[in-house]
Design a protein around this ligand. Structure first.
Ligand code: NBG
Length: 852
């Protein structure tokens, strides 16, 4: 998109929007029929009852008879039927929420990586057995129908998945929460490999129907952009108003967020953009069809596609539009839906806390100020006092370049009133800083929201920090580095504002659903209840010494491997052997995560075998699985994918290592695949350079599913290691302070290459062309990056990593001891439930709780 588009595409003028219909949807009539007054009832919890509902949904919803229906018809009807069972609870939750006026968590996140919905809904409603039998009674197979679901991939990685875990936990804990986000028409791309290289396909997750959502076009919200501001006198008071240049509509799509068997169903509300004036009939009639729908195309682009992690400059403007679009809709929505007309605005912080999931939603801060000052006509200072209590901010990164900034020029053009508001917030804040420290201009510059270098820009993390009640990092180490390195001036200014909440993962999806064999074993051993009280896993500790339990634990792991290998055979045509040590590295492809370190390890193992240094008969048979998507514009990441696939191809085809070393890289790693991969893993690779990974959440999922971690002292690895114990964790590599020291001393990766023969041989093997059909230049970019830059110090940690892997092999050889460690990993990881994270947010930040 270019600047021209922005100025010339008009929507309807702000005051003429035809669909701004919210005010018209109040109670238009009083129902008189007794059935209309009764609350909607859930259908009967029985096989017959379910069959009846299902067939009715198939006939009347899909318009087909069972005998003529496709798998997709059956899946859609099944999904809708399951929703019937949740509907009464959902309506009840919403009604109660409005009436009780309790404080709500408004979770604002540009990403939600939800995973498939059907399994989770069946679990939440406890309908699994009934539905299984009901489907059999109809001659259908439940797993086949479940496999028909395309997961909504509305996120890139950990950040989006975390949001999904959090809303699950809040619903399960009966905390009023509404998740706000964007309904991208295309989620994260579908990854394919063509000759070993990543090729992106559009993610058409909506193509076959989307049974889980409830669109409400009649409740559309108008969102303005562009134009200018002007001042006017309002009863003698000088005020500012925004005269926007164009606008779009936000259509809410509601999704249920069912708690686990507790009768609560919260809401996730995702916004979709639509043109205010879809179609210009006059232009259409004149024959210019493309021009006639231009406004529509332009508006709908806003929610067309999930933004890839690594942004390109062309897309930046669209990204800002997305961010403002969804927070403006959400704030408007909360005010219209949640508050009475005569609401006392000073009470707003008692009714809502907006949690800003990273900087993406931070433009919500000036938006709330605009609503309070310009629309509600509050005094600036009163509005600011209120606003400061309505937001909290979570930072999810340690990479300075990942902190969002917006050029003033762009902000001023797209959101002129917001830029003015940001300037005023900044001016007043800097005046306070000067008052506290005297005219320490270095400090003032360091803390300013607006910076002049390299161009005039707005630093969203600063804005968020200034506005938020609390700022938190996502693991102990991260929160400390956030205070000490990323925002040191702010943590000195407001020591109490900073806090930590270590991430967590939902045990419903990532143990109970993903790992039925282990779940069954746990329930048989501990009884029910652990799924919502994960600290109870500690009761498993004693069973580490119980031989029968260990055997059962191993059998569960084997069942998971078999299940995974069956899947990979049909999904990817990959054939694996299930007696191998299963070594798994799945996460986004990023240099700081160091997939290259893992490749160097694999290549070194291969090198030792083919050179005769290691006897293939004595090495531990190992299967390494990678799963990773690279951002489409991230060239080095794509080269690394190509390297992994090339290395895999050669090693897998070499008879010398057959049965000993195997590498698999199934394409399109996503939540659905994670649910099969993680429970099967023996070894979890968490090998980022210390001080780079904010937390990680995959690391927690692996530990909870009985994999041992090989990992650096980074992110939440530090806490995992502390909890499970050094003896049950393969730690390696520099700690963060050593990394800093080495950087300060001048890191020269080539020295490590020159002085470590194994490392040299591994790198030389890659350079030799063996993995590239003899072409020595193919991996030159990766190799020279390692040798002459290696920003993430893979070479410095190589030897330590190899040593740790040798320990892994020795440990794995003793299967009883390994199993003990695996059991202890499960028993000691209950802390990593997202229920615990939510308790921490509730007590440290949100200061609200469950309603019962
Ligand atoms: C990611 C971090 C992870 C962390 C998740 C969730 C972003 C910006 N950050 O380490 O890299 O686990 O957030 O907190 O995606």
């Amino acid at each position: 998109m270019n600047a021209d588009n922005v100025s010339i595409v008009p929507g309807a003028p702000a005051d003429e929007t035809p669909q701004a219909a919210r005010h018209q949807i109040g109670p238009m009539f009083e129902p008189t029929h007794p059935l209309a007054l009764a609350p909607v009832a859930a259908p009967p919890h029985s096989v017959d009852g379910f069959v009846r509902e299902f067939l009715r949904e198939l006939n009347t919803g899909q318009g087909v008879a069972l005998s003529r229906s496709t798998v997709n018809d059956q899946y859609l009807a099944l999904a809708r039927t399951v929703l019937h069972y949740l509907m009464a609870r959902w309506l009840e939750t919403m009604k109660h929420q409005r009436a009780s006026k309790t404080k709500t968590v408004g979770y604002m996140s540009a990403e939600y990586l939800l995973g498939r919905q059907l399994g989770n809904a069946l679990l939440a409603t406890d309908l699994n057995e009934i539905v299984d039998n009901a489907m059999k009674a109809c001659g259908l197979d439940l797993p086949t129908l479940r496999a028909q679901e395309v997961e909504p991939g509305l996120g890139n990685g950990g950040l989006g998945r975390l949001a999904a875990c959090f809303i699950d936990s809040l619903a399960t804990m009966s905390v009023p929460c509404i998740g706000y986000g964007i309904r991208y028409e295309y989620g994260i791309f579908r990854q394919t490999f063509v000759d070993g290289r990543q090729v992106e396909q559009p993610d058409t997750w909506l193509a076959l129907g989307s049974p889980w959502e409830f669109p409400h076009p009649e409740a559309a919200v108008q969102v303005d952009f562009g134009g200018h501001t002007e001042t006017y006198l309002d009863d003698g008071v000088k005020r500012t108003r925004w005269v926007p240049g164009w606008n779009v509509l936000g259509i809410p799509y509601n999704y249920m967020v069912p708690g686990y068997q507790n009768g609560r169903v919260n809401t996730l509300r995702l916004w979709s953009a639509q043109a205010t004036k879809a179609f210009d009939l006059a232009i259409f009639n004149s024959g210019d069809y493309a021009e006639a729908v231009r406004a529509q195309t332009f508006a709908e682009n806003i929610t067309k596609v999930l933004y890839p992690e690594d942004s390109t400059p062309q897309g930046k403007e669209l990204r800002l539009q997305q961010q403002y679009f969804f927070v403006a809709c959400s704030i408007r929505d909360f005010i219209d839906q949640g508050l009475d007309d005569d609401f006392d605005w000073d009470q707003l912080p008692e009714r809502i806390i907006f949690q800003l999931n990273d900087t993406h939603p931070v433009i919500a801060v000036p938006e709330l100020m605009r609503v309070l000052v310009d629309e509600q006509k509050l005094e600036w200072s009163q509005a600011w006092e209120i606003t400061k209590k309505c937001f909290a901010y979570t930072c999810h990164t340690l990479l300075p370049e990942a902190l969002e900034v917006w050029p003033v020029e762009l902000l001023g053009r797209l959101l002129p009133r917001h830029l003015e508001i940001i300037y005023r917030i900044n001016d007043e804040f800097l005046a306070e800083v000067r008052a506290r420290y005297g005219n320490d201009e270095m400090r003032v510059r360091a803390m300013s929201i607006v910076t002049d270098f390299p161009e005039r820009q707005v630093r969203m993390a600063h804005l968020a920090t200034i506005a938020a009640v609390k700022v938190n990092g996502v693991a102990e180490l991260h929160s400390q580095l956030l205070r000490d390195k990323l925002l040191p001036a702010f943590s000195e200014y407001w020591p109490d504002k900073f806090t930590n909440v270590t991430n967590g993962v939902t045990p419903r999806r990532f143990i109970r659903l993903a790992n039925p064999s282990l779940s069954e074993l746990i329930t048989d051993t501990l009884g029910p209840g652990w799924v919502t009280d994960l600290d109870r896993l500690s009761e498993l500790e004693q069973y580490a010494e119980d031989e029968d339990f260990r055997k059962a634990f191993r059998e569960a792991k084997l069942a998971n491997k078999t299940r995974l290998y069956d899947l990979l055979r049909t999904r990817d045509g990959i054939d694996l052997e299930n007696h191998h040590l299963l070594d798994v590295m799945v996460k986004r492809l990023h240099e700081y995560k160091r997939q290259t370190l893992k490749v160097l390890h694999v290549v070194s193992l291969y090198d030792q075998i083919i050179s005769g240094d290691a006897d293939p008969e004595t090495i531990t048979p190992r299967t390494v699985i990678f799963g990773a998507k690279a951002a489409p514009g991230y060239r080095m990441a794509k080269e690394i994918i190509y390297l992994i696939n090339s290395v895999a191809e050669v090693i897998n085809a070499d008879p010398v290592v057959a049965g000993r070393l195997n590498i698999a890289f199934p394409a399109n790693y996503n939540v659905t695949l994670a649910e099969k991969l993680i429970p099967a893993a023996d070894l979890s690779e968490q090998i980022s350079l210390a001080g780079m990974e904010a937390s990680g959440t995959g690391n927690m999922k692996f530990a909870l599913n009985g994999a041992l971690t090989i990992g650096t002292d980074d992110g939440a690895n530090v806490e995992i290691r502390k909890l499970v114990g050094d003896a049950h964790f393969f730690g390696f590599g520099m700690v963060e302070t050593e990394v800093t020291e080495l950087q300060a001393a001048g890191y020269r990766p080539s020295e490590f290459y020159e002085t470590n023969p194994l490392l040299k041989r591994a790198i030389d093997l890659i350079s030799s062309g063996v993995f590239a059909g003899g072409d020595r230049g193919t991996f030159e970019p990766v190799v020279s990056n390692l040798l002459y830059d290696d920003r993430f110090m893979a070479l410095a940690d190589f030897q330590s990593y190899l040593d740790a892997q040798t320990k892994v092999e020795a440990a794995y050889a003793d299967s009883e001891t390994w199993t003990k460690s695996a059991i202890l990993n499960v028993a000691r990881s209950g802390f990593f439930s997202s229920d615990r994270s939510m308790r921490d947010y509730l007590t440290r930040i949100w200061r609200t709780g469950a309603v019962v």
